[in-house]
Design a protein around this ligand. Structure first.
Ligand code: FAD
Length: 298
C-alpha cells in the first residue's frame, strides 16, 4: 500500500470548498465563514457549480466577491452539463477576465439527477477530459483541478475504467485531483496505489467532510457513491436530537481521520466546509495550522 513516506512534521496545506448561497441570510453566513477561515491561509478556496449549471451566476458572483474583497485565490467549479461548448467557453473567458486562474473541471451529474442515465449536450463538451483540454486551449495559464474517486465513480464499471478517465484528464492538462469524500483511509491508500501504478503523478488531495448533520450528510454522500462504514455510523448513534454532542463527535472523528492521514505522510487536505467554519477551523488547528501563517508542527 502506498503511504507517502515523508514524516508529517511539515504543516499540511489546506483548501476549502464552499457552495454559492441562495439567500441573503446564507450569504451573510458564507461570508462569516470565509472571514473566519481566511486567516488560515488556504492554498485556494473553491466554489461549487450547482447541478446542471443551476448556480452559474451565483458561483460567478461569489468568486468575483472573493477576488475583490479578500486575498484568497478562488477556484471556480464548472461542469459540462446542459450547455454548448460556446456557452462554457464564455463562462471560462469571463472568469479569466476577472482574474480567476484555477478551475475545478467536472463532467457533472446526469441532467435528470444521480441514478439516471448521463447524456451530453449535443453541442457540448462530451467528457471531462474534453472540458479540461478546452479550457487549457483557450487559457493555458488556468490551473485545472479534477475529481478522483477512491471508491470509483458509481457509473464506472471498474477501477481500470475509472482511472483511465483520471489519466485522460491529466493528459489533457489537469494538475491536481481532489477526491470524493471517504471515511475509510485504507480506501484512499489503495486507490493511490492504483493511480500511481497507472503512472499518474499529480497530487491526489483527500476531500474531507466533517459530518455536522450525520443523518442528512449520510444520505447525500451515499448517493454520490461513498461508503459509510458501520463503525463510523455507530459513532453518531443516538445523537439525532443532540446537535451539540454530534458536533463534538463530528469534529473528533474528522480530526482523527486527517491526523491519521497526516501521520502516513499526507500533507494536503481539501475540506468540504458545507459553508460552516467551526469544525474545519478546529480540525485545521489540530493539524498545526494557525491564523495568519503562524504555523506550528502538528
Ligand atoms: P468524470 O471524472 O468525468 O468521470 C467519473 C467516472 O465516471 C469515470 O470513471 C468515468 O469513466 C465514468 N463515466 C463518465 N461518464 C460516463 C458515462 N457516460 N458512462 C459510464 N461511465 C462514465 N458536481 C457538480 O454538479 N458541481 C460541482 O461543483 C461539483 N464539484 C465536485 C468536486 C469534487 C472534488 C468531486 C469529487 C465531485 C464534484 N461534483 C460536482 C460531482 C461530479 O459532478 C459527479 O460526481 C459527476 O457524476 C461526475 O463528474 P466527474 O467530473 O467527477 O466525472
Amino acid at each position: 500500500m502506498t503511504e507517502v513516506a515523508a514524516p508529517p512534521l511539515r504543516t499540511p496545506a489546506i483548501s476549502f470548498e464552499f457552495f454559492p448561497p441562495k439567500t441573503e441570510d446564507m450569504e451573510r453566513n458564507l461570508w462569516d465563514t470565509i472571514n473566519r477561515l481566511a486567516p488560515l491561509s488556504p492554498t485556494f478556496v473553491s466554489v461549487t457549480y450547482g447541478a446542471g449549471g443551476s448556480t452559474r451566476e451565483r458561483t460567478h458572483s461569489t468568486i468575483a466577491r472573493i477576488l475583490k474583497e479578500t486575498a484568497l485565490l478562488p477556484a471556480a467549479h464548472l461542469t459540462c452539463v446542459g450547455a454548448a461548448c460556446g456557452e462554457i467557453d464564455e463562462i471560462v473567458d469571463r472568469y479569466h477576465e476577472v482574474g480567476v486562474r484555477h478551475i475545478v473541471a467536472l463532467r457533472g451529474d446526469p441532467p435528470n439527477g444521480i441514478g439516471t442515465p448521463y447524456f451530453t449536450h449535443p453541442d457540448g463538451y462530451q467528457s471531462s477530459p474534453e472540458l479540461v483540454a478546452g479550457i487549457k486551449k483557450r487559457h493555458p495559464d488556468i490551473e485545472i483541478s479534477v475529481s478522483a474517486y477512491p471508491e470509483k465513480h458509481p457509473e464506472s464499471p471498474n477501477f481500470d475504467v475509472d482511472i483511465d478517465t483520471l489519466k485522460a484528464k491529466v493528459d489533457a492538462g489537469a494538475t491536481r485531483a481532489i477526491t470524493q469524500v471517504f471515511f475509510d483511509n485504507d480506501l484512499y491508500f489503495r486507490y493511490l496505489d492504483r493511480v500511481r501504478a497507472r503512472g499518474i503523478e499529480i497530487p491526489i488531495v483527500p476531500g474531507i467532510m466533517p459530518m455536522h448533520n450525520f443523518k442528512q450528510a449520510r444520505n447525500f454522500v451515499t448517493r454520490a457513491g461513498t461508503t459509510v462504514p458501520d463503525w463510523f455510523a455507530a459513532k453518531f448513534e443516538g445523537l439525532d436530537d443532540d446537535p451539540e454532542t454530534r458536533k463534538l463527535v463530528a469534529a473528533t472523528v474528522a480530526a482523527g481521520q486527517v491526523q491519521k492521514l497526516a501521520k502516513h505522510g499526507v500533507d494536503t487536505f481539501h475540506f468540504y466546509t458545507m459553508n460552516r467554519a467551526d469544525l474545519v477551523f478546529a480540525i485545521s488547528h489540530l493539524l498545526g495550522i494557525r491564523p495568519n501563517g503562524a504555523k506550528k508542527a502538528a
